[in-house]
Design a protein around this ligand. Sequence first.
Ligand code: RIB
Ligand code: CA
Length: 298
Amino acid sequence: MSAPSTRRVIIDTDPGLDDAVAILFALNSRRFDVLGLTSVAGNIGINITTKNAGRLLALLDRESIPVITGAAAPLARKGIEEAGIHGNDGLGGVVLPEPLAKPHGYAPFWMAEQLRANHAGSVDILALGPLTNIALLLRDHADAARRIGSLIVMGGVVHDKGNVGPHSEFNFACDPEAVDAVLRSGLDVTLIPLDVTRKVRASVEFVQALRTGIAGNAAADLISAYFQDGHESRPLHDPCVMLLALAPELFGIETRNVSVDLSDGPDAGALVAGMASVKIAMRVDVEGVLGLLAQGLA
Ligand code: RIB
Ligand code: CA
């Protein structure tokens, strides 16, 4: 039986505890050909998100994969930090090795180089944080941006309540202008909103069962630092991006026409009815995706 195909991806990320689990899954599962990790400011500042990306690669001896520093701030607004959830180190106090390689600069330019160097449509972008880097790629390297295969994004909320404003989600509330650029881009975009990610949580038993090797142990430590109460974790938002990339059949995906609230009000970044046609995951086979997550971290 032929080995399952690997997907060539760029992971754009603001690690962040759930980002870190998603990255460990992508690296350890061997189902992704990770071209690089592009950092963005989000959960915590750019220096820490960049360093944490390097720590994850060092942990798994994958420092041959480059980390590329991205945007230190949103396109047009002040950022929002989530140190309350992810801690001042962005990893909830979980100690990971020092990076073994220096980060490269500058993410939008590097993304464009990669997209031009690979066949059009062969590179997907997995977006786990604010969309600032991708908006800059669209603005400054439009020819290369058109070569993106799929853009799979953790962000937004449809029917659930927001986690920043009443109807806005953190990644989108950080940089609404970047969301607007992505929605207007005409790219193949799939959004995974809080409506879905909030259903994907780890139990204590699930976490314990992960402890079978370096990646699983680190993921177990990171998820344990991400527990809200004694029996289940906060939502595993970002791993859902990799899980949908590998197994879209485990998600119920609809096409909806949306735009984004660009006001200065409390719901800046909220998805609203609009003109952009995007795919949005609205349902998930929770048992199926948790099983795939555990398999990839084993
Ligand atoms: O709203 C959840 C998103 O915000 C996740 O990507 C989490 O890492 C934070 O960036
Ligand atoms: Ca994130």
